[in-house]
Ligand binder design. Structure first.
Ligand code: UDP
Ligand code: MG
Length: 310
């Protein structure tokens, strides 16, 4: 029996990429001895992405779609695809051809050798803008510094997961999953493959600076409470510093030394005011996360799908 590979592809306003990615997958799988299905997750697109998927699905019996009721974001789109995949393994990849489908045979080979997670590392590529590469590096550096997991720079959401791992994921109900970190956290037998990203086939990046910043902040705060410790450490440092300073103030007072400087006073107040707000904000993020999670709402809502035809 041939093994079934599920390909999960999140698509947000990718109408012009659907045909290309489906055809490329068809060509790749024509060469290897696996069955495959494609699960395209339309993440609340406002362009004809869904129509293009349905058109293509009409010509093939292994193209499935999930239509979200609105934009829930890339991570949840991938999660939804995995929740609905039937394959012996699941490969998640982007819709825009930046994750080369030609890498799939190698990933499958590593899987058959016994690896349960085959993830990919993007080689630094000149075709990506300087800003993107810089921000991506900064993202991983900050993440590793502030959290308890170690992520390799360039690890994107192009990876193969064995059915075993996918089943574990089904029990995760985080309302903002950070898949990259979760996969690392899960363990299992992991293997990395390097690849050169291609240029985006059509359209522009859907990751705005705002979305990227959110993902970074989220990546850190969902994997560790290290930021909370910053308040404790800073508190110790400044208490200690003030203990050293107090004798001087007493000395100055006792000896009638003119204590000058409203400027230094004001600076201190402003500095500590800011610092306290930042720390309050950090605590707020964690409280907010607890609030969102306790509401226990569904993580994503599916408006339509053709999957029951399985
Ligand atoms: N995407 C999505 N929902 C979003 C943003 C992006 O499903 O809110 C999809 C997008 O269609 C693509 C993948 O996630 O298939 C990666 O997005 P993109 O290529 O824009 O990111 P980049 O490669 O620039 O990091
Ligand atoms: Mg892309």
């Amino acid at each position: 029996m041939k093994k079934l590979v599920s390909i999960v592809i999140p698509a947000y306003n990718e109408a012009d990429n659907i045909f290309m990615i489906c055809e490329s997958l068809k060509n790749v799988f024509a060469e290897i001895n696996f069955n495959y299905e494609v699960i395209l997750v339309d993440d609340g697109s406002s362009d004809p992405t869904l129509n293009k998927i349905q058109d293509y699905a009409a010509t093939a019996d292994n193209i499935f779609f999930l239509e979200f009721s609105r934009n829930f974001g890339h991570q949840l789109a991938v999660k939804a695809g995995m929740d609905h995949a039937f394959g012996d393994c699941v490969i998640s990849m982007d819709c825009d051809m930046q994750h080369p489908p030609t890498l799939i045979p190698e990933m499958l080979k590593k899987w058959e050798e016994g690896n349960e997670v085959v993830y990919t590392i993007r080689e630094d590529d000149k075709s990506l803008s300087k800003g993107k590469r810089g921000s991506s590096n900064l993202f991983y550096k900050t993440l590793n510094l502030l959290s308890d997991i170690e992520l390799e720079p360039g690890a994107a959401d192009f990876r193969l997961l064995d059915q075993k791992v996918v089943n574990v994921f089904r029990n995760f109900h985080e309302n903002e999953p950070f898949l990259r970190g979760l996969v690392k956290w899960l363990g299992f037998k992991q293997h990395a493959i390097k690849y050169n990203p291609a240029a985006r086939f059509s359209g522009n990046s859907k990751y705005t600076v705002k979305k990227m910043f959110r993902l970074a902040l989220h990546g850190v705060t969902s994997f560790s409470i290290k930021p909370l410790y910053s308040a404790v450490y800073l508190g110790f440092i400044f208490s200690f510093a003030s203990v050293l300073y107090i004798p001087y103030v007493i000395y100055a007072f006792a000896n009638n030394v003119e204590v000058s400087g409203w400027a230094s006073m004001l600076m201190t107040i402003v500095f500590f005011g800011g610092l306290q707000l930042i720390i309050l904000g950090i605590i707020g993020i964690y409280v907010g996360k607890m609030f969102m999670q306790t509401k226990n709402r569904p993580n994503y809502i599916i408006r339509s799908t053709n999957i029951q035809q399985h």
